[in-house]
Design a protein around this ligand. Structure first.
Ligand code: AMP
Ligand code: MG
Length: 493
């Protein structure tokens, strides 16, 4: 079978929305497409013919020869970028080629990113560089393996064309797979145009696609807002639990589905510090680690604003209901965060003082500049074995806080009424041994981009498929040496 005969079995719905939702156009062909990575397990889940796809992957995933049933489009959206509203953003370098219902019954978008200019490109070239594309492929799949809701990555293809950023870089296209690409910014696009019918169509669409359970609510739009708040609260709590910093939580990068989307300058924290920021463009620290729940709520408020006329014809009533829903995010987040953090310290039951217990550990970690991932992972061993104290203490620059905390933790664990070994085993499923540490990611990308050597990338990728096991800990668990530390990341757009 040649690429020109392949069908993906698309089943498209976004394309059926009115013309003002999107621009219909194909990707721009590239000079010399070559396959760099193909996610076979994901292709299986999607129900694709993996053998046929493998043979034609470079052509298919560059967009040079789309599946015959593709109906390509670029979606319109707006967004607040670092707090400033931009009424028109849109897919400036991405093309949705279609939607698939996978083997698991889930509908997913298949999107090529870096696929050339569209009517939404503004001044951009529509292209992506290999480094950021590999970064998204690696980190999104690592997040999935960690159990965090996320868009996924199906393939990476190099284009054989240069892209011009600060340097001249090899171009690449990422195939991104998402529950959908509807963003808070998609709602804003119609709201700012006073296109009430558009907002209504979009709300109906996302209810059908992502939140069918709210359809029969007394006020479906209000129930949608609450349901999105719930998923965002769960999502950001998971980020906090693995030390993930998204880096660009603009409203156009917040997916209504509740998946992590848009891996630009994202990074994982090494030493625990709530003020950690990596992104070079985030100079005010708007999207710092500890600010993420507050920003999610701010984005949710922007979402709520677009829905007001749909919530109630009376402006005051609509505002009161929406405000209550947005304010409810705080409690939702708190509940999810506490569940995540309780599990991390070995608690399956709840007591009123658990929050303070968690916060005091974090305080000790901050004071001791302890590595976030390593500290929690070593705590797992310590839960079962008093002798495992020193390996934990070693990673704290000062242990006064930790030493004071331990007896409280021990007393609390005793009230769990479970064998220490069972507690430790459960903790190991909530505290990864390895994460995509920034210095490792940068090393792998540098080898790939500068020397065409994909070995470090592939080895790191494989290890990250199993982050809760110790199998790859010897190679990848260590925090960076001071000389290895990477403190700045770039979105590379
Ligand atoms: P991002 O920062 O990746 O969330 O992108 C924000 C907006 O800029 C989106 O509308 C993108 O489609 C657009 N964009 C980013 N990079 C490019 C590029 N190289 N060419 C065209 N549009 C781009
Ligand atoms: Mg984006």
């Amino acid at each position: 079978m040649t690429a020109r005969q392949i069908q993906f079995g698309f089943n498209n719905s976004y394309r059926r929305l009115p013309d003002r939702f999107h621009a219909r156009l194909p990707p721009e062909p590239v000079a010399d497409p070559r396959l760099v990575a193909l996610n076979r397990p994901l292709a299986e889940v999607l129900g694709l013919d993996v053998e046929a796809i493998e043979l034609n992957a470079a052509m298919l995933f560059s967009g040079n020869a789309l599946p015959t049933d593709a109906e390509p489009l670029a979606a319109a959206y707006a967004g607040h970028q670092f707090g400033h509203f931009v009424p028109q953003l849109g897919d400036g370098r991405a093309i949705l080629i279609g939607e698939l219902i996978g083997r698991d019954g889930q509908r997913r978008d298949i999107q090529l990113k870096g696929s050339g200019q569209t009517p939404f490109s503004r001044r951009g070239d529509g292209r992506a560089a290999l480094g950021p594309v590999l970064r998204e492929y690696l980190v999104s799949e690592a997040m999935h393996a960690l159990g965090v809701p996320t868009t996924r990555s199906l393939a990476v293809v190099t284009t054989g064309e240069p892209v011009y950023r600060e340097d001249v870089l090899p171009g690449a296209v990422l195939t991104r797979v998402a529950a959908s690409h509807v963003r808070v910014g998609t709602f804003q696009y119609f709201a700012v145009r006073s296109d009430r019918a558009g907002v209504q169509l979009l709300a109906d669409y996302v209810i059908r696609r992502h939140y069918p359970e709210v359809e029969d609510a007394e006020r479906p739009t209000l129930a949608l807002l609450a349901a999105v708040a719930e998923r965002q609260a769960a999502l950001v709590a998971r980020w906090m639990g693995v030390g993930f910093i998204h880096g660009v939580m603009n409203t156009d990068n917040m997916a209504i589905s509740g998946e992590t989307i848009d891996y630009g300058p994202c990074a994982f924290m090494d030493a625990y510090d709530p003020a950690t920021v990596f992104s070079a463009i985030d100079q005010g620290g708007r999207y710092a680690y500890a600010n993420q729940p507050g920003i999610a709520q701010w984005n949710l408020a922007r979402f709520a604003e677009t829905l007001l006329p749909l919530i109630d014809p009376d402006g005051e009533t609509a505002m009161a209901l929406a405000t209550e829903a947005v304010e409810g995010f705080a409690d939702r987040f708190e509940r999810h965060w506490l569940a995540v953090m309780r599990a991390k310290i070995g608690l399956a039951t709840a007591e009123p003082d658990d929050r303070a217990l968690v916060l005091d550990l974090l305080k000790a970690m901050h004071a001791g500049s302890a590595d976030f991932t390593l500290a929690f992972r070593r705590l797992c061993d310590w839960a079962a074995d008093d002798e495992a104290r020193e390996p934990v203490r070693q990673i704290f620059a000062g242990t006064a806080g930790l030493d004071a905390w331990e007896p409280r933790w021990r007393a609390r664990l005793a009230r769990e009424g479970r064998p220490a070994r069972a507690i430790a085993a459960a903790m190991r499923l909530s505290n990864p041994a390895i994460i995509p540490r920034n210095h490792r990611v940068e090393q792998a990308l540098a080898a790939a981009v500068q020397h065409g050597d994909l070995m470090p990338f592939e080895a790191l990728f494989q290890a990250l498929q199993d982050p809760y096991s110790d199998d790859h800990a010897a190679a990848y668990a260590a925090p960076p040496l001071p000389s290895e530390r990477v403190c700045r990341t770039f979105c590379g757009t």
